[in-house]
Design a protein around this ligand. Structure first.
Ligand code: F6P
Length: 537
């Protein structure tokens, strides 16, 4: 079953027709295809010409988006409506980077501005050495304690913008409750020059609370008095009471609001570590880049709207061409954590199967998203991309002219990215495969035998998102692009991309199992009991 819009019928027919068409044929048929399928916004360039999608497909998809309420979605996102319809909340993460107060949201805008001011003040005092640790030495390291949305975004951004880092301060991240991670992150740090940020929207997250407790113990064991802990611990949360219970003074706490989803929150106080790592000016540039993408998303016509097109192509791939995976390959070592960030953004947001009327949907929603930095990925899963049995769309992310690009290896990296997109599209026919074997001196019988194995079907879709430099503004725009793409896809799938009820059950069960480990007793299912017995033995 496919999507509940009238355009689905024609789109399904087109999907069948296109099975016998090559992407190269589309270029021949649509003479301006390359230019027509390239758009620019907020410093990013999207080339979607290498998709098995004709101009007619795009027209139908755009008409379907209108039918699905694209304009209503764009309005609701920016005007504070209750877009998060299960939790009955607004989803106003764009307000975190708004350049001025949107009408009707002055109070929220002022709260954000105050928060950003407080955040910047702390960064300034730490960077200038006005704020010191308990021995009077300047702070040299910041450790972010958070998980999921309170970790993935800030961690990825800090890594991506390494060249912009403030030199005298090292920022580290610890998410996992596995004691090995905190031990590794604290290795080589001095308690009297270390500042922790307890980052948690709810401050109920087991991993973060446990790590905050361990960090506190580490400070105390290192000689910090209980009274001086405030010099070494900050918190960001919408649960100010819980922050107080952790013993973190109110002056050290940044607020968060229920209208910001965890995975959409790196622009808020959750991004404090980013501001510490890069400085206030760079953090503002990151926000400005995202805001430029917001403006584009809000105002550009759908046919020239980057997040809309990226979403519609996802819908086309998933609901009409049957893709169940989506791969992201950044050709940039600095962007190597981007797939992990996008995994939470898209899969926690759109990994749902019940629509806004409470009905189980009869069509596919979010595909599995995964990826790896190129060119490493070429030596891992590209075999599957080129010759595997399930065609899978790929987004290549390509910063063009960073310092590395002016080097020979940098140019080779770009060449590899372009070659992969080309190979996915063109593939290699059997005749071509046989000829190349013969040219290499293989005898005819052997060439016949091997040719089917060398055949690469091609006709596999990809997008290239390129930009001239990986800087804070372009990164901000790139992340906002995927945020909006996620919301548009949710709108077409009629699901809520802002809740995450699916992760709750495991948390509750793990609590009960933990109690059974501590106190003994407790009986679960036979498989759980068997392993529990082993752990306790
Ligand atoms: O378990 C999922 C989740 O709720 C995510 O949505 C969130 O980003 C993460 O946990 C961390 O939550 P918090 O910021 O409240 O600690």
């Amino acid at each position: 079953m496919t999507l509940p819009y009238p355009q689905s019928i024609r789109l399904a027919e087109l999907a069948v027709e296109l099975q016998s068409c090559r992407i190269e044929d589309l270029f021949a048929r649509e003479t301006e295809r390359s230019a027509a399928c390239t758009i620019e916004a907020a410093g990013l360039r999207l080339d979607y010409s290498r998709n098995l999608a004709s101009a007619e497909v795009l027209a139908e998809l755009l008409s379907m988006a209108a039918c699905a309420g694209l304009d209503e979605l764009r309005g609701a996102l920016f005007d504070g409506s209750e877009l998060n319809f299960t939790e009955r909340r607004a989803a106003s993460h764009t307000l975190l980077r708004a350049a001025s107060a949107p009408s009707g949201l002055a109070e929220e805008y002022n709260a954000v501005s105050n928060c950003l001011r407080k955040m910047a003040g702390w960064v300034e005092r730490v960077h200038t050495g006005q704020h010191t640790g308990w021995t009077g030495k300047p702070i040299r390291s910041v450790v972010n304690l958070g998980i999921g949305g309170s970790d993935l975004g800030p961690r990825m951004v800090c890594q991506a913008l390494t060249p912009y880092r403030f030199e005298d301060l090292e920022v580290r991240f610890c998410a996992n409750i596995d004691p090995a991670e905190l031990a590794a992150r604290l290795c080589g740090l001095d308690p009297d020059t270390t500042l922790f940020i307890v980052c948690s929207k709810t401050l109920r997250t087991e991993e973060t609370l446990a790590n905050a407790g361990a960090a506190r113990d580490w400070l105390l064991a290192g000689g910090c008095s209980a009274g001086a802990l405030g010099q070494h611990m900050l918190a960001v949360s919408s649960n100010l009471e819980a922050a107080e219970k952790l013993g973190i003074p109110a002056a050290n706490v940044l607020p968060l609001w229920d209208w910001v989803g965890g995975r959409y929150s790196l622009w808020s106080g959750i991004g404090w570590s980013i501001a510490f790592a890069l400085g206030n000016q760079r953090f503002r540039e990151l926000l400005a880049g995202a805001e430029a993408m917001d403006r584009h998303f809000a105002t550009a016509p759908p046919s020239e709207n980057m997040p809309v097109l990226l979403s519609l192509l996802e819908i086309w791939q998933v609901n009409f061409l049957g893709a169940r995976n989506y791969v992201i390959v950044p050709y940039s070592h600095q962007l190597r954590r981007l797939p992990a960030f996008l995994q939470q953004l898209t899969m926690e947001s759109n990994g749902k199967r019940v629509d806004r009327d409470g009905q189980t949907v009869p069509y596919a929603t979010a595909p599995a998203l995964w990826g790896e930095e190129g060119s490493n990925s070429q030596h891992s899963f590209h075999q599957w991309l080129h010759q595997g049995s399930s065609p899978c769309p790929v987004d290549f992310i390509l910063p063009l002219h960073s310092d590395a690009r002016s080097s020979d290896r940098g140019r080779r990296l770009v060449a590899n990215c372009l070659a992969q997109a080309q190979a996915l599209m063109t593939g290699r026919g059997e005749v071509q495969a046989r000829d190349s074997l013969l040219a290499a001196g293989v005898d005819t019988a052997e060439a016949e035998r091997l040719a089917p194995h060398l055949l690469i079907p091609g006709n596999r879709s990809s997008n290239i998102i390129s930009f001239d430099r990986l800087d804070p503004a372009r990164l901000g725009a790139l992340l906002a692009l995927y945020e909006h793409r996620t919301c548009v896809s949710a709108q077409l799938w009629r699901i809520n991309c802002f809740d995450q009820y699916g992760v709750e059950l495991g948390k509750v069960l793990s609590d009960a199992i933990y109690r059974a480990m501590q106190e003994g007793g407790g009986s679960f299912d036979p498989a759980t009991d068997a392993l529990l017995w082993r752990q306790n033995a």
